[in-house]
Design a protein around this ligand. Structure first.
Ligand code: HEC
Length: 153
């Protein structure tokens, strides 16, 4: 899958993500949005989502969409509940909000895979992530925000 040159922050920007606002106070499993397909450790996986301080107000619905530049949404995926409890083999997928106009094809999000490959523009990686996250276009490509979590627990 073709990737693209890095535009957003280095991976060191999420070194301390465990101190960020936790969008999912309890891990999600199954397919709460109905759009999971087979990705993100599939329906048997356990997932936890975090947002950095830049995006927190929008995520918590005290500011309106779109997310500001510099927002980072990060998701941990574990293959099952035992792995979650032991924090074993965590996989991180990340979305970084770029400056307006940097990647119109992805709503100005840079998608980052667990191996740190980057996806913007019309690269294969960007298209793969974007084509599914597009179902959440009304909330700026973000499937699970704080409001969704509260309403679907
Ligand atoms: C087939 C659909 C699909 C594809 C493809 C997909 N995602 Fe997701 N993604 C989801 C769903 C559904 C969620 C909500 C998580 C859950 O259900 O627990 C999600 C959640 C996320 C989140 C947390 C923020 C949010 O929107 O809830 C990030 C970050 C993320 N995905 C990154 C990526 C990246 C990076 C790629 C490409 C490598 C990707 N996704 C590809 C469906 C997809």
């Amino acid at each position: 899958m073709s990737t693209s040159p890095q535009l957003g922050a280095d991976a060191s920007a999420w070194d301390n993500y465990l101190s960020w606002y936790k969008v999912t106070p309890e891990a999600t499993t199954g397919d709460p949005t109905g759009f999971l397909g087979g990705v993100h450790a599939s329906t048997r996986g356990y997932r936890q989502i975090y947002v950095n301080s830049t995006g927190e107000a929008v995520n918590r619905s005290s500011a309106s969409y779109p997310y500001p530049e510099g927002t980072i949404l990060l998701k941990e995926s574990f293959s099952n509940e035992a792995a979650l409890d032991a924090r074993r083999n965590v996989e991180l997928t990340v979305m970084i909000k770029l400056a307006a106009g940097q990647s119109p094809a992805t709503g100005d999000w840079e998608y980052v895979r667990p191996d740190d490959a980057r996806g913007t523009g019309d690269s294969g990686l960007a298209t793969f992530c974007r084509d599914c996250h597009l179902f959440a276009a009304a909330t700026d490509y973000n499937f699970i925000n704080s409001v969704f979590f509260q309403n679907n627990r």
